[in-house]
Design a protein around this ligand. Structure first.
Ligand code: NAD
Length: 290
């Protein structure tokens, strides 16, 4: 039976360490790290994510400034707000919650964020730095995955890793980070031939799945002794109407073969928020030093 990689417990430990670091940073500089969150529209899942990011800030003694904007906000007025936040020296990190409403071009908006305040690590400058192994801000989910592996004693060096999904938020950066950590990485995606997809899963000693489809990876494909990182968050309907969260991997089946696996919820998700807090403190440090 696989060990569960408990992202919830680990993120608690990281947040406790961060609280200490933040306290001494604030005491020595009189600067309070500040994260600005921008939420356009009323998507309920996005509202939940933003709320938990803000709560994490407050628990760490960071300042949290929230900018809820109506769905009919124009891209131009969002860009104006981003410019104001860029210019505000008291704001160290800017987070625009995705997805943006239809009609907005998220790449234009994200590119407008000052890269030194880009705590999500989505700006082309930060993505480029990551590719060149000179990372400044690494996007939070891939960074959280690497930290989870590290803290669990998994060294990717020389191992065969497969990443399913090639999004710029998860799949591509995690593949880069695994490559930098000396794994032999294979990326598969929606245009991969089905037989190649299965083969890539079967060979993986480290398997990262970021697709967004429940039970996308059948348990019997998972290699004996593999480390399985399930990034997917999918809500299945339940009788009580509340829904149930599941990942992209058949958890029960995979648990019989894997050495370790992340649960959903409680695996990668909490690590993502912990890394956002790490990046926010780092942003405050960088801006204070410059
Ligand atoms: P995305 O939709 O941008 O990318 C999905 C990827 O899956 C694409 O690259 C696509 O090529 C690949 N894909 C789709 N169908 C496929 C198929 N049939 N075979 C192989 N590959 C296929 O999604 P994303 O933003 O990368 O997120 C993926 C999942 O991870 C979602 O469920 C999302 O909610 C979740 N997520 C979780 C966290 C977290 O903190 N836990 C963070 C970000 C995303």
């Amino acid at each position: 039976m696989a060990t569960e990689l408990d992202g919830k417990a680990l993120s608690k430990k990281i947040r406790a360490e961060l609280a200490h670091e933040a306290e001494s940073f604030i005491a020595s500089t009189q600067v309070r790290p500040c994260l600005a969150t921008v939420l356009v529209g009323d998507d309920p899942a996005s509202a939940v994510y933003v709320r938990s990011k803000r709560r994490s800030c407050e628990r760490l003694g960071f300042e949290s400034r929230h900018f809820p904007l109506p769905v009919e906000t124009t891209q131009q007025s969002l860009l104006t707000l981003v410019a104001e936040l860029n210019a505000d020296e008291a704001v160290h990190g800017i987070l625009i919650q995705l997805p943006l409403p239809e009609g907005m071009d998220s790449s234009v908006v994200l590119d407008a964020i000052d890269p030194r305040k880009d705590v999500d690590g989505f700006h082309p400058e930060n993505v480029g730095l990551l590719a060149l192994k000179k990372a400044r801000f690494v996007s939070c989910t891939p960074k959280g995955i690497m930290r989870l592996l590290e803290e669990s004693g998994v060294d990717p060096k020389g191992r065969r890793a497969t990443v399913i999904g090639r999004s710029s938020i998860v799949g591509l950066p995690v593949a880069l980070l695994l490559t930098h950590a000396h794994a032999s990485v294979r990326i598969v995606h929606s245009r991969t031939r089905p037989e190649d997809l299965e083969a890539a899963v079967r060979e993986a000693e480290i398997l990262v799945v970021a697709v967004g489809r429940p039970a996308f990876v059948p348990g019997e494909w998972v290699r004996d002794g593999a480390i399985v990182i399930d990034v997917g968050i999918n809500r299945l309907p339940t009788d009580d109407g509340k829904g149930r969260l599941v990942g992209d991997v058949d958890f029960e089946g995979a648990s019989e073969r894997a050495a370790a696996i992340t649960p959903v919820p409680g695996g990668v998700g909490p690590m993502t928020i912990a890394m956002l807090m790490t990046n926010t403190l780092e942003a405050a440090r960088l801006q204070h030093a410059s």
